[in-house]
Design a binder for this molecule. Structure first.
Ligand code: GLN
Length: 482
């Protein structure tokens, strides 16, 4: 059962091949049998079985939609009513949310069965899931390696076929990078496509919720239920949600693919490059045209991001003070000490590093030199993409420069860790939708092909990804033993 996609599971439920309770129980058993991956922070077994029983009723009455009764896991950054929402941090390790994030509510309304909350880098700051207060998470392809981050638990859970689909968030690559490193499909939608209401904020102008699943078809089905305007999120955009699933089989004739030279420079591992180039040839074989394009400011995206994201984080994270909710230090003698100790004990090292750099970048005297300058470079990166999209439909390249690295390999060197996101960050700075799909292996570890499209072109992006997944079966490969 667990090797089926969401689309196949949905068909199986509709045909009565199995019930949602059976499917949910199967997922829960697999989660239980694979706790060593540390993919989950919370498992909601009891409520999952209740929701599944209700879904079975709807299925029996012919009132089911395509997602009714399908299990899902949410990244622990999405607020879930009456369930721990820790954001991978000690400071929220006792926070039970009184409300649902819009994403959670919409998928619940669509009949999905929440089986648990997944592990993640603390406040989504990381590329390896090693900054989590709940410990690191393992890559099922090689358990001595990281699954990527910050949505590492969601990626690990889907790759190990513990759940058919999971949510994630992507501020600088946190859906696409772990999807690439674990051999699954991961979409970061256009900024504003999916509501951020109830999604714990890291860097508000960059954060976007999205999906990790086996296939782009599954992503299309789930995105349709998740996307759309939300009056509770002032940055959500009032654009109609197209029928992503119906658009999957649109013709690709005449597709123009931009291949930026800057995606293939120093630092890219040859075996990763080989797999990506081969994928580009598959597209050429399907009739697409490959066009060399330039993203001249791409190299500036990492430094720009590491000013903008920490600046916004330092502001967003000021709400965690030990007073209103979350962790409170036991030993504080006065109010000032309460703030200092609660934050000092509640936040981990990477989060503190971001708060400090962000506060510095925003401080009077440095604001112009750092934050304002970064915003200007951000505009240049945006303009680069605008120029490229005048010529081509999409941009393709690797998602990451290397396959999954070993646990502990980069923890002492934040700069090397940050450079893992060199190809993913630009899409966040420009607010563009981007997907990573499995396209082969390097040293027996999965490699991701990244496809970036223009604003709100998710339907086209998913159709392009789907056409590749019709021709190849990389996305159907599961790690040995799973
Ligand atoms: N790895 C990047 C960071 O550490 C991106 C994280 C993300 O997309 N949430 O900030």
């Amino acid at each position: 059962m667990h090797s089926r996609t969401v689309a196949e599971l949905s068909a199986g439920l509709a045909a009565g091949d199995f019930s949602s309770v059976e499917l949910t129980r199967h997922c829960l058993e697999r989660i239980e049998a694979n706790t060593r991956l540390n993919a989950f922070i919370t498992v909601t077994a009891d409520t999952a079985l209740e929701t599944a029983a209700h879904a079975d009723k709807l299925l029996g009455q012919g009132k089911a939609g395509p997602l009714t009764g399908i299990p899902i896991a949410h990244k622990d950054i999405f607020c879930t009513r009456d369930v721990l929402t820790s954001c991978g941090s000690r400071i929220l390790s006792n926070f039970v949310s009184p409300y649902n994030a819009t994403v959670v509510q919409r998928l619940s309304d669509a009949g999905m069965v929440l089986v648990g909350k997944t592990n993640m880098d603390e406040f989504a700051m990381g590329s390896s899931n090693e900054t989590s207060w709940y410990g690191n998470c393992h890559n099922p392809w090689d358990e001595s390696r990281v699954p990527g981050g910050s949505s590492g638990g969601s990626a690990s859970a889907v790759a190990a076929r513990l759940v058919p689909v999971a949510t994630g968030t992507d501020t600088g690559g946190s859906i696409r990078q772990p999807a690439a490193l674990t051999g699954i499909t991961g979409l970061k939608p256009t900024y504003g496509r999916v509501s951020r209401y109830g999604m714990v904020a890291f860097a508000s102008s960059l954060d976007q919720g999205g999906i990790l699943a086996v296939s782009s078809e599954d992503v299309a089905i789930v995105l349709a239920a998740m996307a759309g305007f939300d009056p509770r999120d002032s940055t959500s955009v009032d654009e109609p949600v197209p029928d992503y699933h119906a658009a999957l089989n649109t013709e690709l004739a005449g597709l123009r693919i931009g291949v930026p030279q800057q995606f293939f420079e120093e630092g890219l591992e040859p075996a990763v490059e080989a797999a990506v180039r081969e994928a580009l040839e598959v597209y050429r074989g399907m009739g697409a045209q490959l066009v060399e394009v330039e993203l001249p400011n791409l190299a500036l995206s990492v430094p720009t991001y590491y000013v903008v994201a920490p600046a916004e984080a330092s502001s967003n994270l000021s709400r965690f003070d030990g007073v209103r909710f979350g962790y409170r230090s036991e030993s504080a003698k006065d109010l000032h000490e309460l703030y200092r100790k609660s934050r000092g004990e509640g936040f981990g090292a990477e989060v503190k590093r971001r708060i400090m750099t962000g506060t510095y970048a925003l401080s009077a005297g440095y604001y112009d030199a750092y934050y304002l300058k970064a915003q200007k470079v951000r505009r240049l990166i945006n303009d680069d993409f605008r120029n490229v999209f005048a010529e081509v439909d999409v941009v393709m390249g690797p998602t990451t420069p290397t396959p999954a690295f070993g646990i502990g390999d980069k923890t002492d060197d934040p700069i090397t860790m940050y450079l893992n996101d060199i190809y993913t960050i630009a899409a966040n700075l420009a607010g563009l939708p981007a997907i990573s799909i499995p396209c082969g292996f390097a040293d027996e570890l999965p490699v991701g092909l990244q496809i970036i499209a223009g604003h709100f072109a998710e339907a086209r992006l998913l159709a392009i990804a789907h056409s590749y997944q019709r021709e190849t079966d990389w996305h159907r490969r599961a790690p040995a033993g799973f």
